[in-house]
Design a protein around this ligand. Structure first.
Ligand SMILES: NC(=O)c1ccc[n+]([C@@H]2O[C@H](COP(=O)([O-])OP(=O)(O)OC[C@H]3O[C@@H](n4cnc5c(N)ncnc54)[C@H](OP(=O)(O)O)[C@@H]3O)[C@@H](O)[C@H]2O)c1
Length: 296
């Protein structure tokens, strides 16, 4: 373990936690990461074991000043299919850990989602009333509310879809198109993606400045999945005629589909002078050079 770590990253095997840990290992403050994979822990590495389902004896080093929460059950269908188990991790476990840290005077940085809104209107503001529809969104709102009730020492960072590294859906589309087969992306499902590197930059600013409040990171507009596939095909020189969109209902998917996934990001400009990223650029990069978005 590093001496006197000040930054705790909960969940360094997650997409975002891994990139943040990689970047943070190089700088100050000294970082400590957590994992539930015993094989990841080795002598000399600033990594400790933490399972959000078994926190009873977990002690946070007293030197920690900021903790970024990246671990949890993050798949919408997993939360829906097993609400009790996901609640035990995403609400009971995270709440227990956050309370422990808040009582120690640690700044808690909690990663949340556009799914705290129903998506019926575009660009909700940070203080707009929440309206979650999915179980995942409802669990996120519970932790957000607990932090707001605590009243200080927290940053809630709501994210839209984060693109960086491997995104299995894109990999699958590309492999299918390369074989000359048809893909069927949903024409009525939206995303407003952001690059992983932008998320890491904002998190580093929040950590360094000890910024508190609610922050939104979002692409500049919504784009449908079939349009995303077309951008991917164009970027890689693949045949766009093999893209045959269908609606989610035609594919038998009957969950709530938010017509909008964007978030208002004026707070990023005001707090950090950061402009939102254009979704077309983000998608081109994700298909063309995925490693560039990893932030390492
Ligand atoms: N990625 C996005 O597009 C996106 C968008 C909006 C919000 N967010 C939020 O940002 C945060 C990070 O997302 P992500 O996509 O980087 O996560 P991710 O890649 O899905 O990883 C989630 C991590 O949580 C760990 N985990 C699951 N159960 C655990 C438990 N009981 N104890 C300890 N760790 C546990 C998993 O460990 P194992 O690897 O060992 O299974 C996994 O590494 C999440 O809060 C997510 O809701 C992400």
């Amino acid at each position: 373990m590093s001496e006197s770590p000040e930054l705790l990253i909960v969940g360094i095997d997650s997409l975002i936690g891994k990139a943040l840990f990689t970047v943070s290992k190089r700088g100050v403050p000294k970082v400590l990461g957590t994992t539930r994979r015993l094989a990841t822990i080795s002598a000399g590495m600033p990594v400790v074991y933490l399972d959000l389902g078994k926190l009873e004896d977990w002690q946070c080093p007293p030197t920690i000043k900021v903790a970024v929460f990246c671990a949890g059950i993050t798949k919408i269908y997993e939360c829906k299919n097993d609400p009790e188990q996901s609640y035990r991790i995403n609400v009971t476990g995270i709440s227990q850990l956050a309370n422990k840290l808040l009582q120690q005077g640690v700044l808690v940085v909690y990663l949340s989602t556009n799914q705290v809104f129903d998506g019926l209107s575009p660009y909700p503001l940070p203080d707009d009333p929440v309206s979650p529809v999915s179980e995942y969104g409802k669990q996120k709102v519970e932790i957000e509310q607990q932090l707001r009730d605590w009243g200080k020492n927290f940053a809630i960072v709501r994210l839209t879809k984060v693109l960086g590294g491997d995104f299995p859906l894109f990999t699958n589309w590309v492999n299918t198109l390369k074989k000359g087969d048809i893909i069927r992306p949903f024409s009525n499902m939206m995303m407003a993606p952001v690059p992983l590197s932008s998320v890491i930059s904002v998190l580093r600013l929040i950590i360094d400045r000890r910024s508190e409040g609610i922050f939104h990171i979002s692409g500049d507009h919504d784009i449908s999945y079939d349009e995303v596939a077309r951008i991917g095909a164009r970027t890689l020189g693949l045949n766009p005629d093999l893209i045959r969109p269908l609606t989610a209902a035609e594919a038998g998917y009957n969950e709530h589909i938010p017509p909008h996934t964007t978030l208002d990001t004026e707070c990023l400009r005001e707090s950090f002078g950061i402009e939102v990223t254009q979704v077309v650029w983000t998608i081109e990069q994700a298909f063309g050079e995925p490693q560039k978005l990893v932030g390492s």
